[in-house]
Design a protein around this ligand. Structure first.
Ligand code: FAD
Length: 373
């Protein structure tokens, strides 16, 4: 049912290109969302921020921080305005690829089922992961099981140096792999969450919100910032969100966004990857329906994977502590900082960036260079 809550509220500037391609940019720009122009990181008393206007790659340097209930509904309405049929509260419960063309089975809001024959199926079911479940495409994620507890608050942040135009990532002072996000919205509210290993998030008794509050108290800089916050919304918990599949496409179908792979939330890359996958799939499908010969692996999966692998290397570097050393390093060469800023802005497909072209080697070398803390 829309509007409905979804997690994933901090967009990356790269995603603006795809909103523009989809003809939805104006609606988003007029949506009254909180501007985002960079990312800030805190650890203990250390603080650093990346301004996306200072980035290696050309393209958008700003985007938005969006309550997804309203943002997703706005995009769905835009799709309808452009002619798409959107069926709210209809659930795909089965697929059949045995014939010449695939069929899907759908349950409507009254529990009645019906079938649709399709020329091609694009699965954008996110954590629902419809096709990967029904076609047994799931494969284990390379990442250890992590989880998140999160909520929305009335933040009442009065610190003069707090920048609402940036997501704030705070690293737990004692545990490098436990971190918090604070994503301010336009209306004085904010999304607040903590990510960690499952064992860090266990709450033997009491409510999730109490666990979140107790973890926030462990990060003094964040606790100070949120000293006057009103905690008015129950917290949610999501465990084991990382996912992978054996194949992103097959005869008659392709998997978009989280229905394929999900790396984790640290670089806010989820929506950008979902948009990129849609953009590649739409272009490939358009050519296919025009009668051109297309190769879904070469035209869709491989180019998508290029940027996903860039993000993956950065996520891995974050959790082994290397990327944290890089961003808090006191004397970063400005050109390298611009290249890193471009990745943080989502430009993970820009082959002119050495950190895209040669991600693992470059990152490993930079981690070495930034070894002094
Ligand atoms: C803790 C956490 C924090 C995150 N933070 C960020 C962030 O700051 N920025 C960011 O870009 N990303 C973030 N993400 C990732 C983000 O949530 C997703 O990558 C993003 O929503 C894109 O997903 P999607 O479009 O593939 O799927 P979704 O947004 O999940 O949409 C899938 C849709 O499919 C529908 N659906 C599911 N099953 C069925 C079915 N059987 N039949 C019909 N419809 C169905 C669902 O109802 C839903 O509407 C975060 C993720 C997590 C877990």
């Amino acid at each position: 049912m829309f509007p409905r809550f979804s997690i994933g509220e901090s967009l990356l500037p790269q995603s603006m290109e795809y909103l523009e391609q989809a003809g939805m940019l104006r609606a988003v720009e007029e949506g009254g969302f909180q501007l985002k122009d960079g990312a800030a990181f805190g650890r203990g008393e250390q603080y650093t921020e990346f301004d996306f206007s200072e980035k290696h790659s050309p393209g958008w340097s700003t985007t938005y921080q969006v309550p997804r209930a309203r943002f997703d509904h706005l995009l769905a309405r835009e799709a309808e305005r452009q002619g798409a049929a959107v069926r709210y509260r209809h659930e795909v419960i089965g697929v059949d690829f045995s014939g010449e063309r695939p069929w899907i089975e759908v349950k409507d809001r009254d529990g009645e089922t019906y079938t649709i024959e399709a020329g091609f199926i694009l699965d954008a079911s996110g954590f629902g992961r419809v096709l990967s479940r029904l076609l047994q495409l799931e494969s284990p994620s390379n990442f250890p099981v992590r989880g998140a507890i999160f909520t929305h608050i009335e933040d009442h942040i009065s610190a003069a140096n707090f920048d609402r135009n940036k997501i704030l990532i705070t690293v737990h002072p004692a545990h490098d792999d436990l971190w918090y996000w604070l994503i301010p919205f336009a209306d004085g509210r904010a999304s607040l969450g903590v990510v960690g290993k499952t064992s860090d998030l266990i709450q033997p008794s009491g409510r999730e919100i109490e666990k979140l509050q107790s973890l926030v108290r462990q990060a003094p800089s964040l606790q100070r910032l949120l000293a006057r916050a009103r905690w008015d919304t129950p917290a949610r918990k999501l465990i084991g969100y990382s996912a992978n599949v054996r194949a992103l496409c097959g005869p008659g179908y392709a998997l978009l966004g989280n229905a394929g792979e999900f790396l984790g939330p640290i670089f806010s890359s989820g929506v950008t990857i979902a948009f990129k996958s849609s953009s590649l799939a739409a272009a490939t499908l358009e050519r296919q329906f025009r009668g051109e010969k297309v190769d879904w692996i070469a035209d869709f999966a491989a180019p998508l994977k290029r940027g996903v692998d860039t993000f993956r290397a950065f996520v891995e570097s974050w959790y082994r502590g290397g990327f944290q050393r890089i961003i808090f390093y006191a004397k970063p060469p400005p050109d390298i900082r611009r290249m890193i800023s471009a990745i943080l802005a989502g430009y993970a497909w820009d082959e002119t960036n050495p950190y895209v072209r040669d991600t693992e080697r470059r990152l490993a070398a930079l981690e070495e260079l930034c070894c002094e803390r």
